[in-house]
Design a protein around this ligand. Structure first.
Ligand SMILES: CC(C)(COP(=O)(O)OP(=O)(O)OC[C@H]1O[C@@H](n2cnc3c(N)ncnc32)[C@H](O)[C@@H]1OP(=O)(O)O)[C@@H](O)C(=O)NCCC(=O)NCCS
Length: 274
């Protein structure tokens, strides 16, 4: 029988301490990089949302956000989402985000923001595909050259900033699997602003030169399907990052936003201009 999953607030020091172990297991963080117990203790008394996913009695993952302001709007900024490696891929991450949304809505929020590495296709698929969040902000080297957050030595910590307008009709429809036909469904026919160069041996493809002058309503931007498969090939990771940074910055500057994600044998952002 499948084990029962509960999502519950984490409010005790014993709970906060377990979050250190989860961070170490998920990110391999050293002592300087883990978010510490005192941060969880103070912020959870001061408006943060801290929820754990329990499988049976085991704390298998958590999500953590704190009150913030984005473009003048009060929001929750989600700083950590983690599921133990052996529990990943079984629905816990999505369940945590849905519970975070519910709690934030209960407290009167309309927006949750967070950042993620846009070269991580799995996370893009969760954020833009499954949750219906959007992005129109690309920040180069967001956290500086913090080694534990870089994809390789000296590779900047580029991030996309996610906006999740949690009460929007579009988000509700996406979560319910309803709504208008998604442009992602026509992905094969859309023009590509960035894609892999022909030739090359999987998974070691190189990006082609970005096309920054497309004018279509929807365009695609490719990223490697699994960036972890490129571990050790910092030259390739850096090339993809440079191409993605140029492409996203260019299109966001022209009024496009990242609106959806297509994830099959290959992975693409869908950018839309309203
Ligand atoms: C990211 C993370 C929290 C997701 O949690 P999870 O429990 O593994 O994910 P779920 O099983 O709930 O899947 C949620 C969605 O992620 C996407 N996803 C999950 N695994 C995927 C994969 N291998 N490839 C592509 N998309 C994937 C899907 O969109 C999925 O939704 P769907 O099933 O409705 O399509 C988890 O993998 C993790 O802890 N990763 C390491 C830390 C991290 O990257 N944190 C987030 C930083 S922003």
């Amino acid at each position: 029988m499948a084990e029962r999953v509960r999502i519950e607030p984490i409010e005790t020091f014993e709970g906060f301490e377990k979050l250190l172990d989860i961070q170490r297991a998920v990110w391999d963080h050293g002592d300087l990089d883990v978010t510490p117990v005192h941060q969880f203790a103070v912020s959870s008394r001061m408006g943060a949302i801290l929820l754990g996913a329990f499988v049976g009695r085991e704390l298998a993952g958590f999500v953590y956000s704190f009150p913030a302001v984005f473009k003048g709007q009060l929001c929750q900024h989600s700083h950590l989402l983690a599921v133990l490696p052996r529990r990943q891929g079984s629905g816990l991450g999505k369940a945590l985000k849905l519970a975070q949304r519910e709690e934030a809505a209960k407290r009167g929020y309309r927006l949750i923001t967070w950042t993620y590495d846009p070269l991580q296709a799995r996370n893009a698929n969760l954020n833009l595909g499954a949750l219906g969040a959007v992005s129109r902000t690309y920040v180069g080297n967001f956290y500086g050259l913090t080694p534990s957050l870089c994809l390789g030595p000296g590779i900047p910590t580029d991030r996309m900033l996610i906006e999740w307008p949690i009460r929007d009709r579009r988000v509700r429809a996406r979560l319910e699997g309803k709504g208008k036909k998604r442009p992602a469904h026509d992905a094969g026919r859309l023009p590509k602003a960035l894609e892999r160069r022909a030739g090359g041996e999987a998974p070691f493809f190189r990006p082609a030169r970005p096309r920054l002058d497309l004018d279509d309503r929807a365009v695609l931007v490719e990223v490697p399907r699994d960036i972890k498969a490129l571990a050790g090939r910092c030259d390739l990771i850096a090339e993809w990052q440079k191409g993605l940074r140029r492409t996203m910055t260019g299109y966001f500057g022209r009024g496009y936003r990242a609106w959806d994600f297509v994830c099959g044998d290959r992975a693409f952002y869908v950018l839309i201009r309203d």
